[in-house]
Design a protein around this ligand. Structure first.
Ligand SMILES: Nc1nc2c(ncn2[C@@H]2O[C@H](COP(=O)(O)OP(=O)(O)OP(=O)(O)O)[C@@H](O)[C@H]2O)c(=O)[nH]1
Ligand SMILES: [Mg+2]
Length: 461
């Protein structure tokens, strides 16, 4: 069954295999004489007996191998009642069908060469997607806009490899199938193509699956200063005046190989509605709240020089009772800012630890504690990544690793050609590069990789 096992208005039963046409005939969803080989959609009726009687079904039939799975297949669209769907599945099984195993549809499609590994993982991404941005990303990947240029590159590498290896067979006769200059040129253009693909991947993973860190706190707590120190940029304006930051500011960078995005927000503040700044301030708070709802990690900044930061502590207490609905893992840490101005943590620091999972003191001015914050962020990104293996984020990281390896192998091949180190070495490097790209497009695959991808599909997908 392709539809989820919850009540819905329409249900879908999907079938694939050599006997689809035969089974449809047996349950009278296809009339005996039909031999049309084109894909088609038609309405028919299935007899389920008591208590359901006859049920209308929209049948979509792909009678030949030109289908998603590369086998004859069909989809039965009908009313979404679970007992009726179960009865239809039982009927099909009685007529010679068998229930699909988890991921079997996508697996068949993959084995038939209809999907490559990034696309198969993208199907998983679509199923797993928890928010619209992950879903968009998965759909984009499914459309194969990464796969096609990589397949072209791999094909071209295999052609080059064939030329180089052919030359090796005739080395005694001094016949060359490809000039060294030509070889270096063609490797060079492949390198540019792969660099472009790798850049695209980096951009994509930075925009949609970056680890999100959000800075919050009262006005003047030192959030903007911390953003600049953490990202080693001058992205945010810092002044002595409370209320400097209005629009949220995001900076993307990499830490320990992870794409991280830090967002600085306006200080927590509200004004009476007759205040001239009330409207812009309310909008700024909305923007900040939106950033918090996307956050993997929220850093609650409290000025360590404050005597009694009651407002900040009260806010944190409230916060500890809230949950972000879209994320599996979210953490809140307390950050005592301006640590260079105090000799020891303030006595209210203990109160903070009731509401957050970690408290740290740092100074954006002298840099103390910033290193610890960075390594804490990397540690958490690693932890999240480990729980999301096989997800879109994992795919992007894995693909990028292989592409970087392929680019390096191509560079070594170019160097070996220029140094006339021998075409055996050049061939080895080209083979390595083609293999690594093959890992990405799924043409070379290992059993455990396949298992990892397909075992996580739900049945019917
Ligand atoms: N000594 C010291 N001063 C700091 C530190 N961090 C920030 N400041 C000062 O604190 C003031 C406020 O810093 P900002 O970073 O603008 O504070 P903010 O939280 O972004 O403030 P708003 O944008 O107004 O909400 C500035 O005068 C900074 O120079 C620090 O680590 N040490
Ligand atoms: Mg600021």
């Amino acid at each position: 069954m392709a539809s989820p096992l919850v009540p819905a208005t329409r249900g879908i039963v999907r079938m694939s295999g050599d006997r689809v046409v035969e089974i449809l005939r047996r349950v009278e969803l296809l009339s005996e004489g039909t031999t049309d080989r084109r894909a088609r959609r038609y309405r028919a009726c299935v007899q389920l007996g008591d208590p359901f009687g006859a049920i209308d079904v929209d049948v979509m039939l792909w009678p030949t191998t030109r289908s998603y799975t590369g086998q004859p297949s069909a989809e039965l669209h009908l009313i979404g009642s679970l007992p009726i769907l179960d009865a239809v599945v039982d009927r099909l099984i009685a007529a010679g069908g068998r229930a699909a195993r988890a991921g079997e549809f996508t697996m068949r499609s993959f084995l038939a060469g209809r999907l490559d590994l990034p696309q198969a993982e993208a199907v998983l991404g679509v199923i797993d997607a928890e928010d619209p941005s992950t879903l968009d990303h998965a759909l984009e990947q499914l459309a194969g806009n990464l796969s096609r240029p990589l397949q072209t590159a791999r094909g071209e590498l295999l052609n080059l490899l064939a030329d180089v290896e052919a030359g090796l067979d005739f080395v005694d006769e001094d016949i060359e199938f490809i000039e060294d200059g030509d070889l270096v040129d063609r490797l060079g253009s492949l390198r540019s193509l792969l660099r472009q693909a790798s850049g695209q991947l980096r951009e994509r993973s930075a925009s949609s699956s970056a680890f999100e860190v959000v800075l919050r706190g009262l006005p003047n707590a030192g959030k903007s200063c911390l953003l600049n120190a953490l990202t080693q940029t001058e992205s945010a304006i810092v002044t002595e005046q409370a209320g400097t930051t209005r629009d949220s500011i995001s900076v993307s960078f990499e830490l320990g190989g992870y794409p991280i995005r830090v967002t600085d927000t306006a200080g927590i503040e509200s004004r009476p509605s007759n205040d001239p700044d009330a409207e812009v301030l309310a909008k700024a708070q909305e923007q900040a709240m939106e950033a918090v709802s996307r956050a993997d990690l929220c850093l609650w900044c409290v000025d360590a020089t404050e005597e009694e930061p009651d407002d900040a502590l009260e806010y944190l207490r409230l916060l500890s009772t809230q949950r972000q609905p879209h994320k599996k893992v979210v953490e809140n840490w307390g950050v005592l800012t301006k640590g260079d101005l105090v000799s020891e943590p303030p006595r209210w620091a203990d109160d903070l630890s009731d509401s957050v999972s970690k408290v740290m003191m740092l100074s954006a001015l002298d840099g103390s504690g910033i290193g610890d914050l960075r390594s804490g962020i990397v540690e958490m990104a690693e932890r999240i990544d480990a729980t999301e293996i096989g997800s879109v984020m994992g795919t992007a990281a894995r693909c990028r690793g292989s592409l970087v390896g392929a680019i390096e192998a191509i560079e070594r091949a170019m160097e070996a050609t220029q140094l006339q180190a021998g075409h055996e070495i050049v061939a080895t490097e080209i083979r390595e590069a083609a293999g690594l790209i093959g890992d990405v497009t799924g043409e070379v695959y290992t059993d455990d990789l396949l298992d990892r991808v397909f075992s996580r599909f739900c049945i019917g997908k």
